[in-house]
Design a protein around this ligand. Structure first.
Ligand code: RAT
Ligand code: ZN
Length: 413
């Protein structure tokens, strides 16, 4: 029997909305981590994406802004981005989607009343609420032994809630080896600047200790656009001699995130990073030269997206994920997801939230699901036009593969 027009689209929309997602890269923490877990209206407003946007409208000196309290910064951001201009950017819209889905009244534009509502929430229950509203099943944290607030929590030990997964972040180890080597010495690892055999084995001991302590699902680094591999610099040498053997020993992927130009404008602090096009020859060399290793990759520049998807066609030890940071805007999520589906079928992970503030789970997933739905409707309609009729259990299977299953299968591969 022929389906009524619109049925397929409705089925897909309903399935995407109701399928829980495994969020594979965030900057969120379990409430056990105390102040490291950010949530609530002021943290939503001082999100570094919004800080960068605010400086486009105000002439306040950078120093003066940083001297303000969090509430004062939030007030200024609310004023400039929400009251004096319409909050059209993706990051602004995100705050509104979040508040709206929480049931707050936006018509009054009353920041005080919103703050008042948040003051009645507590971190544990609010975590459940945000995960429920975002329909998020698991949250993968970004865990750094180099973070002085985070390290003691791991050293003390705690029982991790099974909804929270961890990933070991090692930027300082690879990007600023000299300083980091000195820290490793302080922590009892016998390393020297030269990267000789003894040093490499101590770096591996460090990676093993932290992978075990965190039960890390993968090891992760963000890299500058000029990252080259192979190379003589400490970053490439450490990857080759310590990180890759470590990952293959533990059977976990190495996630590389190329394309970030750190501190393009240092006065903006966390908001001051930029983007550049990467030479993906390095990624090709990694995948081709280390077939026993698995690589996860998300790339910051739009210009690299097509080449990355083609590389994933060539190397099954490469799993492409997410529309990262500056590419997480509906316009580019649409383009990138469409292109990846056309080149890779379902063998990638379309999105991660990169949420830094718990509440952002709501909007990041709401907005991403909207785009994924739109693209999938078109793709399944194209199938239908050939006479192949996708049924709802097949669509459910596919969507759950996209929202975490494909990543899981890659981890188990
Ligand atoms: O998206 C972000 O919040 C960035 O500041 C970065 O944290 C980025 O996602 C990263 O993981 O380096
Ligand atoms: Zn991130």
């Amino acid at each position: 029997m022929k389906k009524a027009p619109g049925t397929l689209a409705r089925t897909i929309a309903q399935i995407v909305a109701s399928t829980p997602v495994d969020d594979i890269h965030t900057h969120l923490y379990h409430p056990e981590f105390g102040e490291l877990l950010l949530w609530g209206i002021d943290d939503l407003l001082v999100y570094h994406y919004l800080v960068a946007e605010t400086f486009r409208f105000t002439s306040i000196a950078y120093d003066q802004f940083w001297k303000l309290s969090k509430t004062e910064q939030a007030n200024l951001i609310w004023d400039e981005l929400f009251l004096k201009h319409s909050p059209i950017s993706e990051a602004c819209r995100g705050v509104l989607t979040t508040l709206n889905r929480l049931g707050l009244d936006l018509k009054k534009r009353d920041l005080k009343a919103i703050r008042n509502w948040f003051s009645k929430q507590n971190a544990e229950d609010y975590t459940d609420r945000c995960m429920e509203l975002g329909n998020v099943r698991t949250i993968c944290m970004t865990n750094s032994p180099f973070d002085d607030m985070e390290r003691p929590v791991w050293e003390r030990g705690f029982k991790l809630d099974s909804r929270f997964k961890s990933a070991l972040r090692i930027d300082p180890l690879l990007v600023t080896w000299e300083q980091t080597g000195r820290r490793l010495v302080q922590w009892g690892y016998k390393v020297k600047p030269d990267l000789g055999i003894k040093t490499i084995s101590e770096v591996r001991r460090f990676l093993a200790d932290w992978t075990k302590r965190m039960q890390a699902r993968y090891v992760m680094v963000s890299l500058a656009p000029d990252f080259a591999y192979p190379d003589d610099d400490p970053c490439a040498q450490l990857i080759e001699k310590a990180v890759l053997p470590h990952c293959s020993d533990f059977g976990i992927p190495f996630a590389i995130m190329p394309g970030v130009k750190r501190a393009v404008n240092p006065q903006l602090r966390l908001a001051g990073d930029g983007v550049g096009r990467s030479d993906l020859q390095a990624l090709q060399n990694l995948c081709a030269g280390h077939p026993q290793n698995k690589f996860l990759c998300t790339i910051l520049s739009r210009e690299n997206q097509h080449e990355a998807a083609v590389l994933a066609r060539k190397f099954r030890n490469l799993h492409i994920f997410g529309c990262w940071w500056f590419t997480n805007i509906p316009y580019l999520v649409d383009e990138i997801t469409r292109m990846r589906l056309e080149l890779l079928g379902l063998s990638f992970t379309p999105q991660h939230s990169d949420a830094r503030v718990l509440d952002q789970l709501i909007y990041k997933w709401d907005h991403s699901r909207q785009v994924i739905t739109r693209v999938l409707i078109e793709k399944y309609q194209d199938l239908e036009a050939t006479g192949w009729q996708p049924n709802s259990s097949e669509i459910e299977r596919d969507v759950s593969f996209l929202l975490g299953g494909s990543f899981d299968a890659f981890l188990k591969m």
